[in-house]
Design a protein around this ligand. Structure first.
Ligand SMILES: Nc1nc2c(c(=O)[nH]1)N[C@H]1C(S)=C(S)[C@@H](COP(=O)(O)OP(=O)(O)OC[C@H]3O[C@@H](n4cnc5c(=O)[nH]c(N)nc54)[C@H](O)[C@@H]3O)O[C@H]1N2
Ligand SMILES: Nc1nc2c(c(=O)[nH]1)N[C@H]1C(S)=C(S)[C@@H](COP(=O)(O)OP(=O)(O)OC[C@H]3O[C@@H](n4cnc5c(=O)[nH]c(N)nc54)[C@H](O)[C@@H]3O)O[C@H]1N2
Ligand code: SF4
Ligand SMILES: [Mo]
Length: 870
């Protein structure tokens, strides 16, 4: 069978993939050498896509109140309830919450149905938690939401600055591209992040600024630009607001950044000294109560120096989700219309209304994510449809959001699984076709539109998201407006509408694609917009903006700290973000044993001085408390974070580690301009968690833990779990039998009741099915060895260690080849390896996707080769 070209469903890099059906009904996946975003490369997540496609846990049929139902009656119910709610309480009593992971065609239908036909702007998206501040910052500076940069700029830059971006873990293929440029032409790399991350390894400069102080830092840079006469008079002649902006910047107190003069000077020198500078920014910028200001603080420096719209330079917002950009194009945010047109603009409204043949278009923005769920809580939203997102986990004050959804009179959830924290609360569950089964387009960070193509049949009754919404639209009475036959037809309509936007002089115009045939759509190659008869090329090269006067804007900014200041009750700042091998709430990556091996439980990075002061030992558990929630996490003591700050990942949920739902602690402070929540600067308290015992379990079947702390992860042959509780079970055997659901299986047990320690192994026909290790202190076990034992004879399992005649690989670092930390350290020491390349040659580690290369570099720094030691 020939390979099918598609696009990776994870991050906004938008890597091309080649898919081939394997004999087991799954897919073999490799990077597409012809795709401009990745040229054949994939990261660990993209490489492991094949492991995430099984049907276990898939939602295969519509369900109403937990009972399987047919599509006809279910969609009629959805249409009737939405219609009745609008009739009784008005259009603003219903809402859609959608996602930057939906395809452009899905997103277009959702936006058209809500804004054009239901007649409310109450459609918002998880992009509010992600890109909203960038959208608002772009609109203030440029008059429209345009990303000026392209990936090619990274190859040509002399300096790359990462601001609030852990590119090595979150956009790994772009990071590899930066590293390649560094090797080829000595590109300098600066990282601005309060935390030392994998992206800092080998960087020329890391600025560990105070959380939230980016505006001050870029104001300092702007002032230095002026002082050094590095501003560009020709560029400034075409800019509004420069005088006020320079004045506000000059009034900034540099000390609020927490950086010393030498650090500030080094940064300004590098930035000013390299004309070809690309400033990449991401969630450390956007997810802040000053997020929009942070964006404009960065844009100000590029605009003042004229370093924008030219090869190798410019501000570059890297998008998170695969179609974050496409969602902005269709107008999926509550304050946008469609194709970058504005809700507030009567001419735009009227043009869209005529084009859609719509009864009405709202003239004011709808509810933004945080306010939308507050309105659900207050009973103002009475019917809610959530698509392709898990807000009960990922919105701030997640416990309150969960309660609000549970209390909503009518909630519809479209997902590929019915097990998420959000799906469990729904009245109606709609089974969606997953990646690999559906067709459409996505737009990546550099505005390149790529096709996702189906290579597998949709299982059971699963159907694409656009199909579900179009059907509801027809059942609500708009039969002609929603009678789409497929994604190609929706795409053509979207492209035609963009021509109207182009007619208003807007940037997003793909009207040259409005008449493509189904066959041309099927073979559409990656295409960067704009693609219009009269347009193409770079934005802002001519110094012109999309404001009415055609001038770019600099925005005068006074730095503000995060919304709330630390207090005696909540002295710690809680920074949150991502890990290398998991995607958001893990509904897909969590199914891959390889990806789950890298970091298998939720953790808190804590500075050694705080740990010492509070009596927190490595690998014990800590309790985090905030005004809105609590968590229990594993302590990782590291000076990568600053004192009085804690970093915790966002990925764990009620399904995988209920005490690790970090958004339960995050306050719902928002940026006043963009409405984006401040997900990285909540306040919390930190205390040791008094565990009476710690446990570790492996099993070939799913487990049902019920302890104060537990975290489940997949392994090749089953599952693993970390456990802890504040009380000892009265009987270890009963406890273990309940955990594993093994009432009748043979047990081997050793225990030391005085110490509260026990080790239990269950065997069937001589083979291990499950084992539990428990003790009063964190367990030093060879976990990566133990997870391989279920299904084998595992004679010495209760020792908990690797038998003396076998090497212990240690925790997995390279997930592509399953190579552990100890194996790499041993090879470095025994074979005298000196570089990441040599480690790759010796062990293959780091030679496939390259995502672990920064961590291998860190190991090289730590280890001493034998020869050198001698
Ligand atoms: N592996 C993986 N990759 C992903 C995703 C995933 O879930 N997993 N998700 C995708 C999505 S949707 C997104 S949006 C992107 C996000 O990509 P990133 O934004 O790169 O990821 P984060 O880890 O959320 O945050 C980046 C950094 O911001 C820093 N930070 C916190 N506060 C501040 C501050 O005040 N100033 C500055 N300068 N930095 C600060 C944090 O310490 C953190 O290291 O990743 C995408 N890629
Ligand atoms: N504290 C904290 N919170 C954060 C962040 C942070 O950095 N810190 N980051 C924020 C950001 S940037 C983002 S983007 C959000 C992400 O947050 P969410 O969007 O809530 O998280 P996901 O896990 O990506 O949810 C996607 C859901 O879609 C389902 N799904 C998968 N494929 C399909 C499909 O084809 N169709 C349908 N209908 N459903 C499908 C998945 O099973 C899953 O339940 O989290 C935000 N929350
Ligand atoms: S960098 Fe990784 S996650 Fe992102 S699109 Fe490429 S393969 Fe997918
Ligand atoms: Mo995101």
């Amino acid at each position: 069978m020939t390979e099918i070209r598609s696009t990776c469903p994870y991050c906004g890099v938008g890597c091309g993939v080649l898919l081939k059906r394997d004999t087991a009904g799954g897919l073999e996946i490799r990077g597409d050498p012809d795709h401009p975003a990745n040229r054949g490369r994939l990261c660990s997540k993209g490489s492991a896509l094949g492991e995430t496609l099984g049907l276990e846990g898939r939602l295969l049929s519509p369900q109403v109140n937990g009972i399987e139902s047919g599509w006809d009656e279910t969609l009629q119910l959805v249409a009737d309830r939405f219609k009745q709610t609008v009739a009784d309480h008005g259009p603003d009593s219903v809402a859609f919450y959608v996602s930057g992971q939906m395809l452009t065609e899905d997103y277009y239908v959702a936006n058209k149905l809500m804004k054009g036909f239901i007649g409310s702007a109450n459609i918002d998206t998880n992009s509010r938690l992600c890109m909203a501040s960038t959208v608002a910052g772009h609109r203030r500076a440029f008059g429209t939401d345009t990303v000026p940069g392209t990936y090619d700029d990274l190859d040509e830059a002399d300096l790359v600055v990462l601001v609030g971006s852990n590119l090595a873990w979150c956009h790994p293929v772009l990071f590899q591209r930066v590293l390649t440029a560094r090797k080829a032409r000595g590109t300098k790399l600066v990282v601005i992040d309060p935390r030392r991350t994998a992206s800092c390894d080998g960087a020329d400069l890391h600025l560990p600024l105070a959380i939230g102080s980016d505006v001050a830092l870029f104001n300092v840079l702007l002032t230095e630009i002026r002082r050094a006469a590095a501003d560009n008079p020709d560029a400034l002649a075409r800019v509004e607001g420069s005088a006020e902006t320079f004045a506000a910047a000059a009034a900034t107190d540099p000390s609020v950044t927490g950086l010393d003069e030498a650090q500030l000077r080094a940064f300004c020198k590098l930035w000013i000294g390299h004309e070809k500078v690309v400033t990449i920014f991401s969630q450390g910028v956007n997810q802040s109560s000053a997020g929009t200001d942070k964006v404009n603080a960065i844009l100000n420096c590029h605009i003042a120096t004229g370093r924008i719209g030219k090869p190798g330079m410019g501000p570059f917002s890297v998008t998170g989700q695969p179609n974050a950009m496409g969602g902005r194009e269709v107008g999926g945010l509550a304050n946008m219309l469609a194709c970058h047109m504005a809700l507030e603009n009567p001419a735009h409204r009227s043009a869209v209304r005529t084009f859609w043949n719509a009864p009405q278009i709202p003239d004011r923005p709808g509810l933004k994510a945080v306010d939308m769920f507050r309105a659900v809580d207050e009973g103002r939203i009475k019917a809610l449809w959530i698509m392709h997102s898990n807000p009960a986990v990922t919105l701030p004050q997640a416990d309150a959001v969960r309660e609000a959804i549970a209390a909503c009179p009518f909630t519809v959830v479209s997902d590929i699984t019915g097990n998420t924290d959000t799906a469990r609360l729904a009245h109606v569950l709609l089974p969606a076709s997953a990646w690999g089964e559906k067709s459409g387009t996505v737009t990546n960070s550099d505005r390149t539109i790529s096709r996702q193509r189906a290579a597998l049949p949709a299982p059971g009754k699963a159907r694409p998201d656009w199909w579900q919404m179009a059907d509801v639209g027809r059942r609500m009475g708009w039969s002609g407006e929603f009678d789409y036959t497929g994604p190609a037809e929706i795409f053509r309509e979207h492209a035609a509408l963009s021509g109207i936007a182009g007619g208003f002089g807007l940037d997003f115009d793909i009207s040259a694609l409005a008449a493509i045939s189904d066959a041309e759509y099927d073979t559409l190659r990656p295409t960067r917009w704009p693609v219009a008869a009269k347009r193409g090329g770079r934005f802002f090269a001519d110094g012109k903006s999309f404001h009415e006067d055609g001038r770019l804007r600099m925005i005068a900014l006074t730095p503000r700290g995060p919304a709330a200041a630390p207090s005696a009750s909540y002295p710690f700042r809680l920074n949150t973000g991502r890990i290398r091998d998991q995607w958001h709430t893990m509904t897909r990556t969590g199914r891959s044993p390889r990806l789950s091996a890298h970091l298998a439980e939720p953790f808190a990075e804590i500075h050694p001085s705080d740990a010492a002061r509070l009596g927190i030992a490595a690998d014990t558990l800590v309790r985090l408390t905030s005004p809105s929630g609590r968590a229990i996490l594993r302590a990782q003591i590291t000076d990568a974070v600053q004192p009085e700050t804690v970093f915790a990942p966002m990925h764990w949920t009620g399904e995988t580690a209920p005490s690790g739902r970090i958004d339960a602690l995050v306050a719902s402070a928002i940026d006043p301009v963009s409405g984006q929540p401040e997900s990285k600067a909540a306040l919390c308290d930190l205390q040791p968690y008094a565990a009476a015992w710690y446990g570790f379990a492996v099993s070939s079947a799913p487990m049902a833990p019920d302890t104060a702390y537990w975290a489940l992860a997949r392994t090749t042959g089953g599952w693993r779990a970390e456990l802890a509780d504040d009380a000892l079970p009265s009987n270890w055997e009963d406890f273990a039998r309940a955990l594993f659901g093994l009432p009748k299986v043979t047990l081997q047990m050793v225990q030391d009741p005085a110490r509260g320690a026990a080790r239990l192994a269950f065997r069937q026909e001589g083979r291990l099915v499950a084992a539990l290790f428990a003790g009063p202190r964190p367990l030093a076990l060879a976990r990566d060895h133990l997870v391989t034992l279920p299904g084998t004879e595992a004679e010495h399992v209760l020792a908990g260690q690797v038998p003396a005649d076998m090497p212990d690989p240690g925790p997995t670092l390279c997930s592509c080849f399953g190579i552990g930390v100890n194996s790499i350290l041993r090879a470095i020491e025994d074979e005298g390896l000196m570089s990441v390349e040599e480690v790759g040659k010796a062990l293959s580690a780091g030679t496939n996707c390259g995502s672990c290369r920064p961590e291998i570099a860190a190991l090289l720094e730590r280890a001493t080769p034998k020869e050198a030691a001698e």
